[in-house]
Design a protein around this ligand. Structure first.
Ligand SMILES: Cc1ncc(COP(=O)(O)O)c(C=O)c1O
Length: 480
């Protein structure tokens, strides 16, 4: 494909762009239970206006655009206050949870390079429920992730198991508030004590929960302490593009003090161009996401957030009780916030997801891992409230339909075959072949994903990762 010889008219251009949306999920109707956080059309239009007003400004150099510096310092102040930080807490605006987490790990690595140079192979301790972004950070930054099992009864981190995993190379402990997969807060106070005893940095990943949990607490939810008020917590991440309802590209990383944050900042004076001093991974970056985030905090305000939280709190209660009342569906755990995970021992849960999605919902299947069974995930939005009864009714019907559907024979035979295969001997073409057997060719995914999910669910993690890399390597193929 070449750049078109002549540009399109605006009309033709936008018409064409709109047509590309044809197969996207229609999230504005409120029937999409993942990926999108929606506070309604008025908030959307305010964010867009603010975002577009600062779209072309460059946050590369905060001294050239003091407006952006001011937005950032105000957003960070509000975030620190929201998470009970004192006047020493500092932070930066980032592009998302993953960037905040990469920065956390980089900061910890470089902090210990200075304070304990004898550590040459740093390790961080991750409950298996810690977000995949920590693994990505570990991979990018050469810090070893040490995985520890969670408490299988309540899906929360097990502090004693974390303590046992500490050794002379440990630099960082991680807890979630809340975990994406199961929607619960880890025992942050207990992990904090361990961090203090061992003089370790301790990050609370509040990307998902940091913004909303304080509101759920004010509404009567039983939310344990998870912020900077907990002794031992040294950094926190909180995404504004989740339940802060900012436009995507909005998160914050906060540190207990400047002494720690110093290790996050990168400067380069060994080249011929302008001076590089970056607090975050990106260098040139649009002012749009930051302006949008500042605007949404100021537009919705605390009272507005309480109203939105109440809608989600009530919807969550109804969904949790509704699922508990359906014979054959089981919550993994009662969530601390509005993310719900449930499974079934009478039907394949991936078939339940397919049945639901065929009815025009979007629900997210999650694969099993160790003690955590495969399940369906729901992220609840303010708009979800109006759909609760329909959702529960369709879940019942979908469960009945799924009971009639069995585990795929292809998956059964692949499972047997893979049991005897050494993953080191498998080449790319074999992965492609296996995916084709499961119905995936290039970018074409089948409408029903149960078979693929069943297959992925049976594979060991390293095998699964290789297969997924192969898949994406094909998916991003230049258009012809
Ligand atoms: C707990 C938690 N941490 C980190 C992330 C990563 O955030 P992002 O997708 O914005 O990079 C997520 C995303 O859902 C999350 O739920």
């Amino acid at each position: 494909m070449k750049i078109p010889a002549q540009g399109l008219s605006q009309e033709a251009l936008f018409e064409k762009m709109e047509s590309y949306r044809e197969n996207d999920v229609t999230w504005r109707d409120g029937r999409t239970w993942a990926y999108v956080y929606d506070a309604g059309p008025e908030v959307e239009s305010v964010i867009k206006k603010a975002y577009m007003s600062f779209l072309s400004e460059n946050a590369l150099d905060p001294t050239v655009f003091p407006s952006l510096l001011r937005f950032e310092n105000e957003v960070i102040a509000m975030a620190a206050d929201h998470l009970n930080g004192d006047e020493n807490v500092v932070g930066n605006f980032t592009s998302g949870g993953t960037e905040s987490i990469i920065l956390t790990v980089k900061t910890a690595r470089d902090y210990y390079r200075k304070h304990k140079p004898e550590i040459t192979q740093p390790e961080m301790i991750l409950p298996v429920t810690a977000h995949a972004a920590f693994h990505k950070a570990a991979h990018y930054l050469d810090v070893k992730p040490v995985l520890v099992p969670i408490n299988p009864e309540d899906y929360r981190a097990d502090p004693e198991k974390m303590r046992e995993a500490i050794n002379e190379n440990t630099i960082l402990l991680v807890g979630s508030a809340i975990s994406y997969a199961h929607g619960v807060v880890d025992p942050i106070e207990e992990i904090g004590k361990i961090a203090l005893e061992h003089d370790l940095l301790f990050h609370v990943d509040a990307c998902m929960g940091g913004f909303l949990l304080p509101y759920f607490r004010r509404l009567g939810g039983d939310v344990p302490p998870f912020g900077f008020e907990v002794p031992g917590v040294t950094s926190m991440s909180m995404d504004l593009h989740k339940y802060g309802f900012a436009a995507k590209g909005a998160s914050v990383i906060l540190h207990k003090n400047k002494d720690i944050r110093k290790h996050q900042i990168y400067a380069c004076a060994n080249w011929t161009g302008y001076t590089i001093i970056n607090p975050t991974v990106q260098s040139t970056k649009s002012g749009g996401p930051l302006a949008g985030a500042w605007a949404v905090l100021n537009f919705i305000g605390d009272e507005g957030y309480m109203k939105l939280a109440k809608q989600m709190y009530d919807a969550t209660q109804k969904i949790v009780e509704g699922i508990e009342a359906i014979d054959g569906l089981d919550l993994l755990v009662r969530p601390d916030m509005n993310l719900v995970a449930f499974t079934s021992d009478v039907a394949d849960i991936f078939h339940v997801a397919d049945e639901m999605n065929a009815k025009g919902w979007y629900v997210q299947p999650q694969l099993g891992y160790e003690d955590c069974p495969p399940n369906i995930h729901l992220s609840i939005n303010p708009k979800s409230a109006r759909w609760v009864d329909d959702l529960l009714a369709d879940l019942k019907v979908s469960l009945e339909a799924a009971k009639q559907l069995k585990q795929s024979e292809i998956v059964e035979s692949l499972k047997d075959m893979l049991g005897s295969v050494d993953t080191a001997t498998i080449d790319d073409s074999m992965y492609t072949q296996m995916m084709a057997m499961a119905g995936i060719e290039g970018a074409n995914l089948p409408d029903r994903m149960a078979e693929i999910n069943q297959l992925l669910n049976t594979l060991p993690p390293d095998f699964k990762e290789k297969m997924l890399v192969n898949f994406l390597n094909d998916l991003f193929t230049p258009a012809s």
